[in-house]
Design a protein around this ligand. Structure first.
Ligand code: ZN
Length: 225
């Protein structure tokens, strides 16, 4: 999945008001942050095969560390511990851990059976990517709900909060639709670079948006009078 992961991060805003937006968006994507790095290092293997699945050209041959359920638990624990120690926000740390693990569940729904339970185990996947309309509908619907929950839970206190947030949401939707229905990337390297650039842009934009889009409760406390 792509948009679906961002959707769960956005949906978590009312549950975890103290967790910075870039962390809410990064946590559900942590496995996909690790993946291009591990593939580039040759630890994991993948190929771009145009037309492989209706909604994805990716053949994910070997990804025991970025995408197994067991190592996912490790990623979740690591990020939750780092966030929890840094912020002392125990509830937020629990949400962060759940967000990291949500990646496995959503990828299990999307992927063909290439999602291992643990390194070396059998792999599973329901294969939503075999259906282009199914993939588009599911992820766009998820994103609409996540974006609505995030918008409802926050208030703009400046122009970046007001206009930057819909711009970021629009960019994610366009990127998703373009990548899903458009031409497959010319090579695996191009896809890995695009994945890295996407994460960097999203995190950068989220830092800027978050400064001018506090939770509704925080905006009330900060308002004069
Ligand atoms: Zn993934």
């Amino acid at each position: 999945m792509f948009l679906g992961h961002f959707a769960v991060g956005l949906a978590a805003r009312p549950l975890a008001p103290r967790v910075p937006l870039p962390i809410l968006l990064l946590a559900p994507q942590l496995m996909d942050v690790a993946w291009p790095i591990l593939v580039a290092l040759g630890v994991e293997r993948a190929q771009v095969v145009p037309g492989h699945l209706a909604a994805s050209p990716l053949v994910l041959e070997h990804m025991p560390y970025s995408h197994s359920l067991l190592t996912g638990l490790g990623w979740a624990l690591a990020l939750a511990l780092i966030y929890g120690i840094w912020s002392r926000d125990r509830r937020g740390a629990l949400v962060v851990a759940a967000l990291v693990l949500s990646h496995w569940l959503l990828d299990w729904i999307s992927h063909e059976p290439d999602m291992p339970l643990a390194p070396g185990s059998a792999s599973y996947g329901l294969g939503l990517w075999r259906s282009l309309p199914g993939t588009l509908l599911t992820e766009l619907a998820m994103f609409a709900v996540g974006a609505w929950l995030y918008t409802r839970a926050t208030r703009a206190t400046g122009p970046i909060g007001r206009y930057g947030w819909p711009a970021l949401a629009g960019l994610l939707v366009l990127g998703f639709v373009g990548a899903t229905v458009g031409k497959p990337p010319p090579s695996l390297d191009a896809l890995l670079i695009a994945a890295g650039v996407t994460i960097a842009v999203v995190v950068g934009a989220a830092i800027a948006v978050d400064r001018q889009r506090p939770t509704a409760a925080a905006a009330r406390t900060a308002a004069p009078g």
